[in-house]
Write a protein that binds this ligand. Structure first.
Ligand code: IFM
Length: 486
């Protein structure tokens, strides 16, 4: 049994949320780690897996740093036992992974591939055997290429294909998986994929991006309804937007308007539709401006706003914006082409993302105050930093460790203020394929040597393990000397 198994015997969302008296984190708070299929699995051509938009995109010259692809990634497909042993060593209670749609329905909406289902069934069984709770994400961006060839998410039929795929996976894994997340970071899938072209499928088409946003939401709502019909009240369903604090970088009315506009597309688009049942007026106006509002049929908003049991929140940083001098066509914020993004004045991660943990606390409090929000799980939080591998092979990453520690503290403060947060998943368990950055950016608490596939728990991973053992407290501040001495 894992160190985490005793604590994870109660499921994530049904667990009581009372404080244990020594720190803010409830007794059954769930500590986890997250990954995604294309970023770790490799085995791109095995067991009948179909081609995804990320296979196409990563094999297109000039799209990915260094020409990297996910063909091999960190070979997780062949290393399940080894990677689960690492989870046991870290003592995590829960593991959030995504299912690769092209492994299950290789051409998107045709034949089901039993070998793909068998792989995830084995993963779930191995996790359960160690007392680690599986949390499934159904879509973390690897759309079957065959569906993209028919328009991808800009085509309403893709939402129908997603519902069928979700039903197939839910039917096979439902006996052992309680918590189901539909779509990971729909903002990225829609706007980096179809508006800025930084992600697959690499299009610069704001109308298609807005249509895609709507169809991703519809896919979420319809799949949630279908899975709930099949499982009654047994399972918990949610969606995982990536939320950002948004700060105006000036006091002019147009700066405040810029911040409001970015907040609309980054946050309220996903939150108001799923939790309030309607598009915000300013966001709806952007759909109309680009001729994308014809995608929104009269019953759609009700279909999207299915009751949720959990809201997944991915949180990394806060935007600072002001009016003027924006990005023009190719902005990942259609309709906000005149908004300028400013660098954070705070210390930054290796990727230049501002380190502002208080903004996570503020976001959680905002969710609690502005929405009838279900229990929250932080489904991703973490940072890329350059790792230092010493002569003995140990990997030192104090920047990542401090980032994680500070954000856990922020979650603790939000809980103490009354926000119902039930779990925290570090991004990521392992170094992996960081999309357009290829393997140049590392987010893992476990280092991977990409030549040998050797895994080494980093300083941050050792610290996280110790923090989990203390249930995040009473003092989650890293003891630098003690951890580094290992
Ligand atoms: O690696 C990604 C992940 O796939 C989605 N959320 C953000 C992470 C870091 O960029």
């Amino acid at each position: 049994m894992s160190a985490g198994s005793a604590r994870s015997s109660a499921s994530i969302i049904n667990s009581a949320s009372g404080s244990n008296g020594t720190n803010a984190f409830p007794e059954h708070f769930s500590w986890g780690a997250a990954t995604a299929s294309y970023q770790i699995e490799g085995a791109a051509n095995e067991d009948g897996r179909g081609r995804s938009i990320w296979d196409t995109f990563s094999h297109t010259p000039g799209r990915i740093h260094n020409g990297d692809t996910g063909d091999v990634a960190v070979d997780h497909y062949h290393r399940l036992e080894q990677d689960i042993a690492l989870m046991v060593e870290l003592g995590i209670d829960a593991y959030r992974f995504s299912v690769a749609w092209p492994r299950i329905v290789p051409d998107g909406d045709g034949e089901v591939e039993p070998r793909g289902l068998a792989f995830y069934a084995r993963l779930v069984a191995l996790l359960r055997a160690e007392g680690i709770e599986p949390v499934v994400t159904l879509y973390h961006w690897d759309l079957p290429q065959a569906l993209q060839d028919r328009g991808g998410w800009a085509n309403r039929a893709t939402a129908d294909a997603f519902v069928r795929y979700a039903e197939v996976v839910h039917d096979r894994l439902g006996a052992d998986v309680d918590t189901w997340m539909t779509i990971n970071e729909p903002w990225c899938a829609a706007f980096l994929g179809y508006a800025s072209g930084h992600h697959a499928p690499g299009l610069v088409d704001p109308r298609a991006a807005l249509r895609s946003a709507h169809h991703l939401l519809l896919a979420h709502g319809d799949a949630t309804a279908a899975m709930r019909r099949a499982s009654g009240s047994v399972h918990r369903f949610g969606i995982v937007p990536n939320l950002y604090g948004v700060q105006a970088g000036g006091h002019r009315p147009e700066d405040l308007a810029a911040a409001r506009a970015i907040d609309g597309l980054q946050n309220r688009l996903w939150l108001d539709t799923t939790l309030k049942g309607s598009y915000p007026d300013d966001v709806r106006a952007i759909f109309a401006r680009f001729g994308a509002d014809d995608a929104i049929e009269s019953a759609d908003e009700a279909r999207i706003a299915q009751p949720l049991d959990v809201l997944g929140v991915n949180y990394y940083q806060q935007h600072h914006v002001m009016a003027g001098g924006g990005q023009g066509l190719g902005s990942p914020f259609p309709g906000c082409e005149d908004v300028e993004f400013l660098p954070s004045a705070h210390p930054r991660t290796g990727m230049g993302w501002g380190i502002e943990p208080a903004s996570l606390e503020a976001m959680l409090i905002r969710l609690d105050q502005e929405y009838d929000v279900p229990p929250i799980m932080i489904c991703e939080n973490g940072a890329s930093f350059d790792d230092v591998v010493d002569a003995d092979g140990r990997v030192h990453d104090p920047g990542r460790r401090d980032f994680i520690a500070a954000h856990i503290r922020a979650v603790g403060r939000a809980i103490a203020a009354g926000v119902d947060v039930r779990g925290y998943f570090v991004w990521s368990l392992l170094d992996n394929f960081e999309w357009a950055h290829g393997y140049a950016e590392r987010f893992g608490v476990v280092h991977v040597d990409y030549e040998t596939q050797r895994r080494t728990i980093k300083t941050s991973g050792a610290w996280y393990r110790d923090s989990i053992a203390r249930n995040g407290g009473p003092d989650v501040e890293p003891d630098v000397a003690e951890v580094d001495a290992r």
